[in-house]
Ligand binder design. Structure first.
Ligand SMILES: [Zn+2]
Length: 256
């Protein structure tokens, strides 16, 4: 019988392959022979652990493997809900990965690319839809955004969206932009030469801004906001939280 662990620092030391991922961590699962880190976990403000094994180990198996008492954990039903991806999100991840691997580099003559006067950058296409990869801070692909020839945008059903992003260009500790959509992000990079993250929706701007700030603590981060109520509200919320700036993309005037 292992000694009861009293704090989370002990836990972090005990796990291997620990790295930051989004708002939490990923590590090798102690409850199975884990080669690729598949334990996703976060620690709440009250010091409790929320853990989820992608390979399907139960909450009880993880708890026993760590020698932790129940007081450190939320009940397993909440663990899946709050602490890590749901089985449906993992299913979508598999599908996204397969579609991405079977897609083609995006056609620069795609109607959406032509209409927005941008380059396709790293986008790919399947049929007549452009695919925008949706990654986490570890670079793992979780979902895809499809953009149709008419500009209609959809995600894979049931997939994760929160905190996911794509980055256009090479970000560095200079100036980094964050925008809602691909067309704005591509335009920003092409006009300024600065990398631009895209968050896919206004409400995802604050969590993505946090991810960017953690990766680039000294960068000047500028929210390239869509000039609509949601764009303004969430861009300003994100900028305040990460000590960034807001520029209204809808009001940029190109006088050339
Ligand atoms: Zn496991």
């Amino acid at each position: 019988m292992r000694q009861k662990k009293n704090n989370i620092a002990d836990l972090l030391l005990q796990l291997s392959g620990v790295r930051r991922s989004g708002g939490g961590w990923i590590a090798r699962c102690p409850a199975h022979d884990d080669k690729a880190p598949s334990l996703s976990f976060t620690i709440t403000e009250s010091g409790r652990l929320l853990a989820h094994c992608f390979s399907g180990c139960s909450f009880e198996e993880i708890r026993l493997a760590l020698g932790l008492s129940g007081e450190h954990f939320f009940p397993s039903s909440r663990t899946t809900e709050i602490g890590g991806p749901t089985p449906e999100q993992i299913g979508t991840q598999t599908k996204a990965d397969r579609l991405w691997k079977t897609s083609w580099p995006a056609n620069p003559d795609h109607p959406y690319i032509l209409k927005k006067k941008i380059k396709p950058h790293q986008l790919r296409h399947i049929g007549d839809s452009l695919l925008v990869p949706m990654q986490d801070s570890s670079g793992d692909l979780w979902n895809l955004q499809f953009i149709g020839p008419d500009g209609r945008k959809v995600f894979l059903k049931g997939g994760r969206t929160k905190s996911l992003f794509t980055v256009i260009g090479e970000p560095c500790e200079g100036r980094i932009y964050i925008a809602e959509g691909f067309a704005t992000a591509a335009t920003v990079l092409e006009l300024t030469g600065d990398a631009c993250f895209l968050a896919f929706s206004a409400s995802n701007l604050p969590p993505v801004a946090q991810v960017v700030r953690r990766s680039f603590p000294d960068a000047e981060i500028v929210l390239a906001a869509d000039a609509d109520p949601a764009g303004e509200r969430y861009s300003e919320e994100a900028a305040r939280a990460i000590n960034g700036l807001v520029a209204y993309a809808g009001r940029v005037i190109d006088g050339r």
